[in-house]
Design a binder for this molecule. Structure first.
Ligand code: ADP
Ligand code: ZN
Length: 623
């Protein structure tokens, strides 16, 4: 395939409109290819800079760029950011009043728009197609293209119909973009979106600034509270829970403990959700406690942590959710607690769904890969990247690398546990749950142990040398390995499986993970987190001197005012990283200010004088 040359104007646009000095990673190649009329599939990690890959070709090519984006919030923020940079961009979605829709359509027809964002369900409406038929179209961009994958976690049925665009507008280049795609999903995207002859641009998936940590679940909310208080006080973060109830209880607990936490789930009205989301995006240091209904398309760059109180269904989901941390490239954490109940719950959700058998099989395989990540003693990042078909060495920035977990020969422990399940069942004629089995193993004379006569079974007290938490960890791993099943139809009792026999007979040996003693990993994390927040402003970028810090805070205050006035999120005016650079350089002329990354011509013209005034006034104060 020929490699198209980068049009010289591309660099001009990058610098004058977006204020960036150079293209990053594969951006230049993608821009050249698409500007030259080619189809493309772009896989880049979150924060990698996908947007410029279609925005700049749209500005280079004749006509209007049509961007299909699955979420209204995402669209609105991208359009707000483009308008701030002086680009003629608009969106059409259900939030607009009729006169506004007509006005935008009119401007599109008059050739006054460079980019138009649309929701997928809107694209194929008759009215939209008529509009598109009447316009010169520069390109189609499909953001979050993994939504087309039926096996995926964000499947959107409307995405399937986008293939029609290939037939209706065969000469218009099409570019699909995503941050999550296994090799199988990549093929699916190309096939379903008919990206004929598309070139695939594959960037590494690694997010080196994110530290991965997965600990065993003891008392999850307390663990979370400690994590936030000790390591991320005052910082922005997202906490994911599976159920609405758990979302609300967790948000309440955090709020009672002085953390600025808000809840978000599909039970709130659309208006309420929007208001909560806006608070999270616009204000500093808010913790959003949410179901996975929250977050797709959240571009907030300074999310310092993503915490999971419940196990995600798949690595794709986990990677996408944790990927919302640290888009600005500064240190961030992905933190999760997980336990036996999570394994049981997720398996039950799959079994009880009325999906086809083939779908259940895929779902089970995905869950197993996710469980493998939780139990691995290897580098978590390595494991994650291998899942996406990428090779890497140990990272030095995950819990397993920082404090390598011990492994032990768990054969004997497993035999004791399996045989205890068997003996108790034999003694009583029916099966028991985890608590009873562990109590018997540990030789606890609880009421239930005494009543059932389980003091008399041969495994009574045979496991007194291990703590309850250790036994739970062993059981969790046996369930994960399908050596024990949990019967959810019958009070979660434990049962042996066909595979248990080989372990009981000593034909199969098991190596198990020894869970770290609680809080061991935490201390190291805290030190690093403190380093990240060294500027004094929770999670602020770069190291600033006290004087620079004063200027930085004054610039943020000024930015808050502008964002309010324009009704846009603060970061679309200028990023923290740009404000920090201004505070460091303290430019005293428009020329000098124009050299700051993220300050393009439009922003310079609009805000240059105001910014220089803020710098002047505060630097004197602070001196
Ligand atoms: P993605 O959609 O891949 O998650 P974005 O397109 O939102 O990423 O870009 C992530 C961040 O990186 C944005 O703040 C963007 O302005 C910035 N960025 C993108 N390209 C460049 C570049 N060439 N130089 C500097 N910053 C860039
Ligand atoms: Zn690692």
């Amino acid at each position: 395939m020929d490699t198209a040359a980068l049009p010289p104007r591309a660099l001009d646009i990058l610098q004058s409109v977006f204020g960036y000095a150079a293209f990053r990673g594969q951006q230049a190649e993608v821009v050249a290819h698409v500007a030259g009329g080619g189809n493309a599939l772009v896989l880049m990690p979150t924060g990698g800079g996908k947007s410029l890959c279609f925005q700049i070709p749209a500005l280079l090519r004749q006509g209007i760029g049509i961007v299909v984006s699955p979420l209204i919030a995402l669209m609105q923020d991208q359009v707000a950011a483009l308008q701030e940079a002086g680009v003629r961009a608009e969106f059409l979605n259900s939030t607009l009043e009729w006169p506004a829709v007509q006005d935008i359509e009119k401007r599109a027809r008059a050739g006054e728009l460079d980019l138009l964002y649309l929701a997928p369900e809107r694209v194929l409406k008759e009215r939209t197609l008529e509009l598109l038929d009447s316009l010169p179209i520069a390109l189609f961009a499909f953001d979050e293209a993994h939504c087309v994958s039926q096996w995926g976690h964000d499947f959107r049925v409307e995405y399937l119909q986008l293939a029609q665009l290939a037939e209706r507008y065969p000469a218009v280049p099409r570019i699909a973009l995503t941050a999550t795609a296994t090799p199988a999903t990549r093929l699916e995207i190309i096939d379903r979106l008919r990206l004929t002859g598309a070139r695939t641009f594959l960037s590494g998936f690694d997010r080196p600034n994110i530290r991965y940590r997965i600990a065993s679940k003891e008392s999850p909310r307390k663990q979370l509270l400690r994590f936030i208080r000790e390591e991320h006080a005052g910082q922005s973060g997202i906490v994911y829970c599976l159920s609405r109830k758990s979302v609300e209880e967790t948000a309440d607990l955090l709020a009672e403990n002085g953390i600025d936490a808000i809840a978000y789930h599909a039970g709130f009205s659309a208006a309420e959700r929007e208001q909560r989301q806006d608070r999270f995006i616009d204000e500093d240091g808010v913790v959003m406690v949410a179901t996975i209904a929250f977050g797709m398309g959240i571009d907030k760059p300074d999310v310092r942590f993503v915490a999971h109180l419940d196990l995600p269904k798949s690595i794709e989901g986990y990677y996408q959710e944790t990927g919302r941390a640290g888009r600005d490239g500064l240190p961030a954490e992905a933190w999760m607690v997980y336990g036996l109940a999570d394994v049981v719950q997720q398996r039950r959700l799959i079994e009880q769904s009325d999906a086809a058998e083939s779908y259940k099989r895929v779902s089970n395989a995905k869950l197993d890969a996710m469980l493998g990540l939780c139990e691995t003693v290897r580098c978590r990042r390595q494991y994650l990247l291998e899942y996406f078909d990428e090779q890497a060495g140990p990272c030095g920035n995950c819990d397993n690398c920082l404090s390598p977990p011990a492994q032990f020969d768990g054969t004997e422990a497993a035999q004791k546990l399996l045989s205890c399940i068997y003996r108790c069942e034999r003694a009583s004629g029916y099966s028991f749950g985890a608590q009873q089995i562990i109590d018997v193993l540990r030789g606890e004379r609880t009421d239930k142990v005494v009543e059932r006569g389980h003091e008399a079974v041969s495994t009574f007290g045979m496991g007194a040398d291990m703590s309850e938490a250790q036994w739970r960890a062993v059981l969790r791993q046996l369930v994960m390995l399908r050596l024990v099943t949990v019967d959810h139809e019958h009070y979660n009792v434990l049962r042996l499986t066909e595979d248990s026999r080989a372990v009981l007979k000593g034909e199969r040996r098991l190596t198990l993970r020894q869970d770290a003693a609680p809080a061991a990993g935490a201390r190291r994390g805290r030190k690093a987190a403190r380093g990240a927040a060294a500027s004094g402003s929770a999670g602020g970028p770069a190291q600033l001197t006290p004087q620079q810090e004063v200027v930085f805070q004054a610039l943020r205050e000024w930015r808050r005012g502008i964002a309010k006035e324009h009704g846009v999120p603060a970061y679309t005016v200028l990023h923290d990283s740009s404000l920090a650079e201004i505070a460091q350089r303290m430019p005293d002329s428009q020329m000098a200010l124009g050299g700051v990354s993220g300050v393009g011509a439009t922003k310079l013209a609009r805000y240059g004088t105001a910014i220089i005034d803020v710098v002047r006034a505060t630097r004197q104060q602070a001196a």
